[in-house]
Design a protein around this ligand. Structure first.
Ligand code: GLU
Length: 291
């Protein structure tokens, strides 16, 4: 048998995955253009995904505005972007897989209860996001859990981090700018993978979707750098393919404030209404597009 001379390489796919919880601002424009240009440089495909699982904050009108702003900037993506809220069954399947490995437990605590518990213990260890969960509900017996579920108490699902790390063993990930990184998801403690109100979480749905959509390089801001430790662990537990990551810097205004925190005047649509062009926006965020 002869070996074929030409083998097809797997398609490289990049993505921009905004949450429609407001209008896109210059920071988003930078992130979208960054991903778009990296994809183009590497002959890769660029896709858009709408991360709207947080139904308390996301709105359809913001999704429509995202399409409009990105098209105006000159970006193109395949039709019918994946809308996360339409795929809850897939996140549920992933939770079932983790549950079957005994890695999840129901947590009935409210924010206030967690704060009180932490205060009483006199220790308040912080992870990258917030206070590390003290593990209160991890220690409930099966009977106690069942009783509370039967009585209708609402609960989140947390990952038993120690068990999960134990099972996954040592993990690494590749960052385009920083090189090979050892994953240290334990810095987060027992993270929530399914929120009480929305039955999934950013960490879970982003990991599932990046795999389902065959993303080869995840581009996003350094504000999400630490989250990658968790995503790498979830990939290992769910046996998902491992992409590479390219975390880009965040852009700041002249006073050094992060643009994400600035008022609405820097929303792309406001700038468009003021007469700025897509080229002006690229200049403002320091993107040099050579066509
Ligand atoms: N949806 C997230 C956001 O808008 C970004 C997710 C990601 O790029 O991983 O902040």
């Amino acid at each position: 048998m002869t070996t074929p001379l030409v083998t097809t390489l797997p398609q490289q796919i990049f993505r921009f995955a905004p949450s429609p919880s407001g209008h896109l601002h210059l920071g988003h424009a930078y992130s979208a253009l960054f991903s778009w240009m990296q994809a183009r440089k590497q002959g890769a495909q660029f896709i858009l995904r709408i991360e709207d699982i947080d139904t308390t904050r996301c709105r359809k009108e913001f999704t429509e505005a995202i399409y409009k702003d990105l098209s105006w900037l000159g970006l193109k993506w395949p039709e019918s972007p994946r809308i996360q809220s339409e795929h809850m069954d897939e996140y549920h399947k992933a939770l079932t897989k983790l549950h079957s490995q005994n890695l999840l437990y129901p947590c009935f605590c409210t924010r206030k209860e967690i704060q009180n518990e932490v205060q009483q213990s006199g220790r308040a260890p912080h992870g990258p996001d917030e206070i590390i969960y003290p593990g209160t509900c991890r220690n409930l017996s099966l009977a106690q859990r069942e009783k509370r579920i039967t009585q209708g108490d609402s609960y989140a699902l947390r990952l038993d981090m120690a068990q999960a790390c134990n099972l996954a063993g040592e993990l690494y990930w590749q960052d385009v700018r920083r090189g090979k990184i050892k994953a240290t998801p334990e810095i987060f403690g027992d993270v929530v993978l399914a929120r009480k109100d929305i039955h999934t979480s950013y960490h879970l749905s982003v990991t599932v979707d990046d795999a389902l959509q065959n993303i080869s390089c995840i581009t996003r801001g350094t504000d999400l750098y630490e989250a990658t430790h968790i995503h790498r662990l979830l990939q290992a537990l769910l046996k998902l393919p491992v992409p590479i990551w390219h975390h880009h810097d965040l852009i700041h205004d002249e006073e050094g404030n992060r643009l994400a925190k600035r008022h609405n005047a820097l929303a792309i649509r406001e700038l468009r209404d003021q007469g700025q062009s897509p080229e002006d926006i690229k200049r403002m965020v320091g993107i040099i597009d050579q066509g």
